[in-house]
Design a protein around this ligand. Structure first.
Ligand SMILES: Nc1ncnc2c1ncn2[C@@H]1O[C@H](COP(=O)(O)OP(=O)(O)O)[C@@H](O)[C@H]1O
Ligand SMILES: O=C(O)[C@H](O)[C@@H](O)[C@H](O)[C@H](O)COP(=O)(O)O
Length: 135
């Protein structure tokens, strides 16, 4: 990524399986955990949903829930450019386009969306309301 080359499927799948294991560990021990992950494609999200041992593939009914921090490409590009200019992150803003092209949001999955332009605390409150039912 540092060289401006997007990750491939082969790069992502083993990583998603590691994340699946981490989620399963939390679920089994009864802990609630929040994971930040691009999970751009439906098949990637299915790997994460399957952390729930009772998950039936394709049902989208898992203990693992997804929230999309929804923001326009221009907003994301501005943030990434700012971050890249600070020189502290491996991902150049030019990789954004390849990620947006892969991003697959299918209404059948009923993924919660929150306004990604909100301030962090407002985002947390919105997500709590959506997932847990109270802020
Ligand atoms: N709600 C927000 N408001 C303003 N800037 C944000 C917000 N969320 C993220 N950012 C900034 O955008 C950049 C990318 O955010 P990050 O959370 O690292 O996203 P990702 O890991 O998905 O690339 C970071 O520099 C971060 O500070
Ligand atoms: O902080 C960021 O800018 C991104 O989260 C970045 O870390 C990237 O998204 C991941 O490395 C996974 O790559 P993919 O999004 O291409 O799967």
């Amino acid at each position: 990524m540092r060289q401006g080359i997007p990750l491939t499927e082969e790069d992502r799948i083993p990583w998603l399986k590691i994340l699946q294991d981490a989620l399963r560990e939390s679920l089994v021990s009864g802990k609630t955990v929040v994971l930040g992950c691009s999970a751009l494609q439906k098949r990637y999200r299915e790997i994460l949903r399957s952390a729930d041992c009772n998950y039936v593939p394709g049902s989208y009914n898992s203990l693992v829930k997804f929230v999309l921090l929804d923001a326009k490409a221009e907003v994301l590009a501005e943030r990434l450019n700012k971050r890249a200019a600070e020189g502290k992150h491996f991902m150049p803003a030019k990789l954004l386009q390849s990620q947006l092209e892969l991003l697959q949001i299918d209404n059948s999955e009923a993924i919660c969306k929150v306004d990604g332009t909100l301030k962090p605390q407002a985002l947390v409150n919105a997500i709590k309301t959506l997932i847990v039912g109270s802020a």
